[in-house]
Design a protein around this ligand. Structure first.
Ligand code: KIV
Length: 317
C-alpha cells in the first residue's frame, strides 16, 4: 500500500475483511477523537461504492425525495418508500453502519406509530439505526425507541421536514436566543439516549458549543469543522446535482457533466453504427462448415456455446 493510500479521509479502504461498524463503535469514535464520515445512499450500487470509499455511516436520507424522486421538499416521502431504499442500501453496504431516516409525520402521532415505523427500518429495511428530526419535543420518543433497542440518531438545527415552519431552508440558531434553543434541543436528544446527532445549517461556533456540551458524536452538514463528523448528500458530493450548489457543499467529482458526456458519446456511436463493434458482440451462429463471414464479408469470431462471459445482468452467451 502506498503512503498516500494509508492516509485517512479520501482514501478507499479495503473493506473485504472489514467488520461492520456498530453503534458502540461509532459512539466511541468521539472519545478516540476519530472523525466520522457519513454519506447518504439510496441504492445498492451507490452504497457499495460509498462503503468501499471508506464512509463510516450510510444515511438513507429522506433527501431521496429531492434527489431521486425530483420533489421540491422531503415532505411527501413515505415510510414504505424509505424501507424500499433502505433494503437496497443494506444489501450494498458491508462495513458502514446503515441509518434509515424516519420521514415526515411517521413517528409524531403516537408511541405506537413511532415504534412500529422505526422497527420496520430494522426488521424490513436492514438498517442498524433510525434518524429522526426534532429537539426537545422528540426526546420522549427517542427515549422510548432507545429503551426498546432501536438505536437513534438525532437531527437538530435546520430540519428540512419543517421547511414551511422555518420559511424555507434557512440557517437556524443565528441569534443568541435561537442558538440557546438549538443547544437545548441537542442536549435533550443526547440525554434521551441518541448515540449521535446531526447538526444541520447552524453557525459554526454554535456547532462547536454543542459538540463540547454533549458526549455523543455530532455530525455536521453546513455546521462547520468543529463537529465530530460530517455528512453530505452523495449526489452533492459527487457533483450529480447540476441545479443545486449550496454553500456548504464541496463537490469531490463532477459526475453529472462526465455522465452527460458519456451518454452523448454513446448516443453518437449508436447513431453512427460504431457501437457495438465486434468486441461487444457475441459473434455468429456456429455453422457446420465453421465459416463465419459477417454480412459485410468481414471475419467475425464464433462464440462457442459454453463460452464463459463474466458477470452482468444481460445474456452471457
Ligand atoms: O435526508 C437527509 O439526507 C439528511 C441529511 C442531509 C442529514 O437528513
Amino acid at each position: 500500500m502506498t503512503d498516500q493510500a494509508k492516509g485517512l479521509g479520501s482514501q478507499a479502504q479495503d473493506i473485504s475483511r472489514a467488520k461492520r461498524l456498530t453503534v458502540p463503535s461509532i459512539r466511541g469514535m468521539k472519545a478516540r477523537r476519530e472523525r466520522i464520515a457519513m454519506v447518504t445512499a439510496y441504492d445498492a450500487t451507490f452504497a457499495q461504492m460509498i462503503d468501499e470509499g471508506g464512509a463510516d455511516m450510510l444515511l438513507v436520507g429522506d433527501s431521496l425525495g429531492m434527489v431521486v424522486q425530483g420533489l421540491d421538499s422531503t415532505l411527501p416521502v413515505t415510510v414504505d418508500e424509505m424501507i424500499y431504499h433502505c433494503r437496497a442500501v443494506a444489501r450494498g453496504a458491508r462495513r458502514a453502519l446503515v441509518v434509515g431516516d424516519l420521514p415526515f409525520m411517521s413517528w409524531q402521532l403516537s408511541t405506537e406509530q413511532a415504534l412500529k415505523n422505526a422497527a420496520r427500518f430494522l426488521s424490513e429495511g436492514g438498517a442498524q439505526a433510525v434518524k429522526l428530526e426534532g429537539g426537545v419535543e422528540a426526546a420522549d420518543t427517542v427515549r422510548k425507541l432507545v429503551r426498546l433497542g432501536i438505536p437513534v440518531v438525532g437531527h437538530v438545527g435546520l430540519t428540512p421536514q419543517s421547511v414551511h415552519a422555518m420559511g424555507g431552508f434557512r440557517v437556524q440558531g443565528k441569534t443568541a436566543e435561537a442558538a440557546d434553543g438549538v443547544l437545548a434541543d441537542a442536549i435533550a436528544i443526547a440525554e434521551a439516549g441518541a448515540f449521535a446527532i446531526v447538526l444541520e445549517g447552524i453557525p459554526s461556533d454554535l456547532a462547536a458549543r454543542i459538540t463540547a456540551s454533549i458526549d455523543i458524536p455530532t455530525i455536521g452538514i453546513g455546521a462547520g469543522v468543529s463537529c465530530d463528523g460530517q455528512v453530505l448528500v452523495c449526489y452533492d458530493l459527487l457533483g450529480l446535482t447540476p441545479n443545486m450548489r449550496p454553500k456548504f457543499v464541496k463537490r469531490y467529482a463532477e459526475l453529472y457533466a462526465e455522465g452527460k458526456q458519456a451518454v452523448a458519446s454513446y448516443c453518437g456511436e449508436v447513431k453512427s453504427g460504431a457501437f457495438p463493434s465486434a468486441e461487444f458482440a457475441f459473434g455468429n451462429v456456429l455453422r457446420s462448415d465453421s465459416s463465419s463471414r459477417t454480412a459485410s464479408g468481414a471475419d467475425a469470431p464464433d462464440v462457442p456455446a459454453d463460452a464463459p462471459v463474466p458477470g452482468g445482468y444481460g445474456p452471457t452467451h
